[in-house]
Design a binder for this molecule. Sequence first.
Ligand SMILES: [Zn+2]
Length: 249
Amino acid sequence: MPANRPAIPRELDRKVRVEAGHRCAIPHCRMPLIEIAHIQPWAKVKCHEFENLIALCPTCHTLFDRGDIDRKSVLHYKARLSPFSPYALAEHPDHIDLLVAYQKFRVSIAMWLDAARAFTVAKQQGAGADEGRRIFRAAGDAAMEASHARLYLAAESPPLVAKAADQIMNAAVWGTCTTMGRPVPGEFLHLKPATDALPALWANLEHEVHEVLNAPAWKKVKLMPQRPYYVDELDEGQRQGSDSRSPNR
Ligand SMILES: [Zn+2]
């Protein structure tokens, strides 16, 4: 590593590892010992960016550096890791419901934003009243579809994913209302997102989905509705003569 090259920030490093489930991203390798590789070489990009980083085992990393695995293939493997990729369904059969809900949410938000833009363009181009009404209705339908998709995703996912989806929903409400020149509904008024917040919010949601897909077995326990009681905690409660039903006090 050249002396003037900064280390990859810890959080970014972790995110790249989580994306690949702490295994080599080459599908038929999947070695659990990994390094972080730059898809476009560091010497060219001079920065560490999530989209340009991938987890590879030392062997695959060497093959990639030598050109035995070419850049286009590695880009393909990177795309494969995305929960939005059709490959994700085959790779995570335990999470098909979550992945389908996530993909549906993603598509329906994109269609909603498109419909809002189409409405504005039609207005600017002086579309007739009928055409204007048709496009306005289409945007309304798209909003409804997105709202259903959010509920579906919330039902299929743990709270952190649902929360990340809510933030996107809020940004999309603000985005479409602003685009279409409509008032923002009251319940969203106090939640004004930063300008152009959506890319970061999508990255956050994708990260949370990855966390679920790649959660180690011990972490899945947290998804249980109620934390199991531990014997020593119950003993502690009884010794203090307190209510043993609230061991967390
Ligand atoms: Zn490998």
